[in-house]
Design a protein around this ligand. Structure first.
Ligand SMILES: [Zn+2]
Length: 289
């Protein structure tokens, strides 16, 4: 992969000496080749989240002590035309009655794979829905057991949330991704969160675009946002349980396919795209508005 770089999390200060030492102390060759921390836009959410700034990103094998200025974080490393046109749809939370089956049906009709970051407690409540996701070929990943704000928890509690979520999911709908792909609830994390996740063997997956569907935005508004902010490659943050999100999917899929994109799971994307591509995707707007 060859692009180990870690941006410090959003504390507004450089890593302390102890933190740097801790980061350096990871054994060389401790291969988490896809240990990506993809922190990209969450412009609609960040204002209200005290600890979530649109930080840069990052690969966790090594610390870059000089942070990349925010203004450069989406720099183009290559023309969009040279980039792999791959997109991973990710659906956070749930599973939920009604909307999860409807989402699965829509994805099946569109023949689009997707990655589901499930909440362990929700899966406990609706185990048949988690099983349905797996049966439909969905990739099931860890979104913690109880969906806490991980930036408010210590490393041990973070680890417990990760393992609790994975253990729950594995008992219901086994998928190796449960123990390798993790997304922090609300995109809230600290350095301790990331280190706990990495120590547990997880890649921390954020996103390239957040159209704000968690606010129940109308489908046309969502679609406009997504097309305008398309990147290559792309991890798109969406949520389960949102009818507007399901409603926009057919048009979204059609537009991306017209532009030459293939839909993949996060696990597949991590195998096919480099860390540099994922952390600095090329902008590729699919609409002019
Ligand atoms: Zn969530």
């Amino acid at each position: 992969m060859g692009f180990p770089a870690v941006q410090r999390p959003h504390t507004g200060k450089s890593l302390g000496a102890g933190e740097r030492a801790a980061a350096r102390s990871r054994p060389a060759g401790d291969e988490q080749p896809h240990a990506l921390l993809e922190v990209v836009h969450a412009p609609n959410r960040t204002a209200s989240l005290k600890n979530t700034r649109p930080a840069d990103v990052v690969h966790l094998d090594q610390v870059v002590q000089e942070p990349i200025p925010l203004g450069q974080r989406r720099c183009r490393l290559a023309a969009a035309g040279d980039r792999q046109r791959l997109i991973a749809l990710t659906f956070d939370d749930g599973p939920y009655p009604v909307t999860t089956p409807l989402l699965l049906q829509t994805l099946a009709e569109l023949r689009v794979p997707a990655t589901f970051f499930l909440i362990g407690r929700d899966a406990q409540q609706f185990p048949e829905l988690a099983q349905a996701i797996a049966a439909a070929g969905g990739e099931i990943a860890d979104h913690t057991l109880s969906h806490p704000n991980l930036d408010e928890l210590g490393e041990a509690a973070v680890t417990a949330e990760l393992h609790g979520g994975a253990t729950t999911l594995q008992a219901i709908a086994p998928d190796p991704a449960e123990r390798t792909l993790f997304r922090p609830p609300h995109g809230r994390y600290t350095l301790a969160t990331i280190q706990a996740a990495q120590a547990a063997g997880y890649a921390t997956i954020l996103w390239n675009d957040d159209p704000g569907d968690w606010r129940s935005v109308p489908p046309a508004t969502l679609l406009t946002h997504v097309l305008k902010h398309a990147t290559a490659p792309e991890v798109l943050l969406l949520h389960s349980g949102k009818p507007g999100t399901i409603a926009m999917l057919p048009e979204l899929v059609a537009r991306y396919r017209q532009a030459g994109y293939s839909f993949v799971t996060v696990g597949s994307l991590l195998q096919r795209a480099s860390a540099a591509e994922l952390n600095h995707p090329a902008k590729l707007p699919l609409s002019g508005s």
